[in-house]
Write a protein that binds this ligand. Structure first.
Ligand SMILES: [Zn+2]
Length: 586
């Protein structure tokens, strides 16, 4: 059963340890605090409770347990998070994946990879082998990077997969085949050199195919699916991740060939952005392993602009981005193939430009042209204002000089830009909601209801003694939030918190865990323990009286009370007396 696996994994993993891989946590009292990985902030409002094994962010409201954290952070489905954490905890899952689809895809992709690699070696792969030879990739290199060949025929892969027991439906679902007009299906990739794309956990999630000749897009990727999203993956990341962590920096290139060449030349910390503009998800993958990234996009003007955008996205994710600039060779592949290529590349890396200087340099020409200068200046200041003061300060003198300003003028201009963006529109496309919001509890009553109710709910959730000594029914009546009330009723009916949690997981219901996590966060912040919980219950009681009892009292005074209301009143008086003074252990 998956639920037993969940329990086993939770008992072996510490949420603080898991989250520490992503966030720097500091212990204060019983709680750990750090800057939230889900929204942009400078002062920590993200709390992790080791005691209760939950996290909660006071800035953006995200919260939950170790599973919700990994799902959210790694963009995984529950099942994938389960597999990931099982591996980490050393737990062998007792159940095979229920939904089948991702596993099926993975089997189909694995079989397809074997087919493509065999085809590369077979007679029909001659054109591909010649192409690789022209690109100075040996057959041994090709095998090492699992470069394959998709033959030009319409159905050679589909037929191969069928022999391997993979149905046409699975092939279509896995993005390897397309349904034909007259039934049946045909291969998606034909006449292409194939590059497998692995996800972070080492599963093949798709392919990129480069056409050799004929019509069609130069590059074709597997279609987007639940398993494959090219905006969430980086080419060769799986091979590069250990090296990135140990070298303390990553190299980001644009193309498959650039990445392979860099690896072959000893830069095994290189990844490629799969032919899309870098996304914040991709940047966050890099951030998990390092805080420094060298951007080696092409040296043409499209590459220069793409590099600039990528660098701002990296910086927004907390990765210091440096632009590698070189002469000779339009991309890293060409450069590294030059006789003194490696030396040139090494020098280019050593003298890489930090983002502020690169941006100034890139706009240098435009800034001198009276027609283009206003737009260039605006673009530059918008960029600089989006960076932290610490990222700009070291280069302030140099930038001022280049712009013909005094350093204090530069600072004033950047400050003015920051102020002008009262609701700063970040340069990143996938900007976090209100990134500049200070970590205050949001006034989001719709979602968060009453904090008091959450705190009481979390206390009851985690403290068995309190649960058994408290008149839960009355407390439930005090609650105005229906979800909170439902949780308390469930606890009242004898459900163990663990059992409830499992039920939520099975139903993909995140709300309950979020309520508990938020309550835990609030309790930690307010320093409330079961021993001092009385004052919360008393508050609840007072609220209840204000809302329900006082209006009836008014009616009694006016003599306009109905019999039904009188009954209500007597009932209310009973509950409110019972918990008077917050005496929950009465
Ligand atoms: Zn947050």
């Amino acid at each position: 059963m998956a639920s037993d696996d969940v329990r086993e994994i939770k008992s072996r993993l510490d949420i603080v340890e898991v989250i520490s891989e992503y966030v720097q946590l500091k212990k204060k009292g019983q709680t750990y605090w750090g800057c939230c990985p889900f929204h942009n902030e400078k002062t920590p409002s993200f709390s992790v409770s080791p005691e209760r094994q939950t996290f909660h962010c006071f800035g953006c409201g995200k919260g939950g347990d170790v599973f919700s954290f990994v799902m959210e952070k790694e963009h995984l489905e529950f099942r994938e998070a389960l597999e990931r954490l099982a591996e980490k905890a050393g737990v062998t899952l007792s159940s095979r994946p229920g939904s089948g689809a991702p596993r099926g895809n993975s089997d189909a992709n694995k079989a397809a990879l074997e087919f493509f690699m065999e085809s590369m070696k077979a007679p029909e792969g001659e054109a591909a082998r010649k192409y690789l030879e022209r690109r100075s990739i040996t057959q041994a290199d090709a095998a090492c990077f699992e470069i394959g060949w998709a033959p030009t025929s319409w159905d050679s892969l589909t037929r191969y997969l069928r022999r391997r027991g993979i149905s046409e439906e699975q092939a279509v679902e896995g993005g390897l085949a397309l349904p034909g007009r007259n039934g049946g299906c045909y291969d998606r990739f034909r006449g292409r050199v194939m590059f497998p794309i692995y996800n972070m956990t080492g599963r093949i999630v798709g392919f990129g195919g480069r056409i050799l000749d004929g019509d069609g897009a130069k590059y074709l990727n597997s279609p987007e699916s639940r398993v494959f999203n090219k905006r969430h993956n980086l080419y060769l990341l799986n091979k590069a991740k250990a090296e990135i962590a140990s070298k303390g920096c990553a190299i980001l290139v644009e193309g498959y060939m650039d990445a392979i060449r860099a690896h072959l030349c000893g830069y095994a910390n290189t990844v490629a952005s799969l032919g899309t503009a870098l996304t914040s998800v991709q940047a966050s993958l890099i951030k998990r392993m390092t805080g420094l990234c060298y951007v080696c996009y092409d040296s043409d003007s499209a590459g220069e602009e793409a590099a600039l955008r990528a660098m701002y996205i990296l910086q927004a994710e907390g990765v210091t981005a440096k632009r590698v600039v070189w002469r000779g060779g339009k991309d890293p592949d060409e450069l590294l193939l030059l006789p003194d290529g490696r030396e040139l590349f090494e020098k280019a890396i050593e003298s890489a430009l930090p983002l502020p200087l690169y941006h100034v340099r890139l706009r240098g020409e435009a800034l001198k042209d009276p027609l283009r200068a206003p737009a260039a200046r605006r673009d530059l200041f918008e960029g600089l204002a989006s960076l932290s003061v610490f990222d700009v300060a070291p280069y302030a003198d140099e930038i001022s000089e280049k712009l013909g300003l005094f350093p204090h003028e530069l600072k004033a201009l950047i400050d003015a830009q920051r102020k002008a963006e009262s609701r700063p529109e970040r340069r990143v496309e996938a900007a976090q909601p209100d990134a500049a919001a200070q970590p205050e509890i949001p006034e989001d009553a719709e979602v968060y209801g009453d904090d008091l109710e959450y705190m009481v709910c979390s206390l009851l959730w985690s403290d068995e003694e309190m649960r058994s000594s408290c008149p839960l029914g009355n407390i439930a009546l005090y609650m105005s939030d229906e979800s909170v009330r439902a949780i308390i009723y469930a606890l009242m009916s004898g459900d163990e918190p663990e059992a409830l949690e499992r039920r939520w997981q099975q139903m993909n219901d995140e709300k309950g865990m979020r309520i508990i996590a938020r309550g835990n966060g609030l309790l930690a912040r307010e320093g409330i323990t079961p021993e001092t919980a009385g004052k919360l219950i008393e508050e609840l009681r007072k609220n209840f009286i204000r809302k329900h009892v006082q209006p009836i009292l008014m009616k009694i005074k006016n003599g306009s009370i109905t019999d039904a209301e009188d009954e209500e009143y007597k009932k209310y008086l009973q509950y409110t007396k019972l918990l008077k003074g917050g005496n929950i252990k009465a």
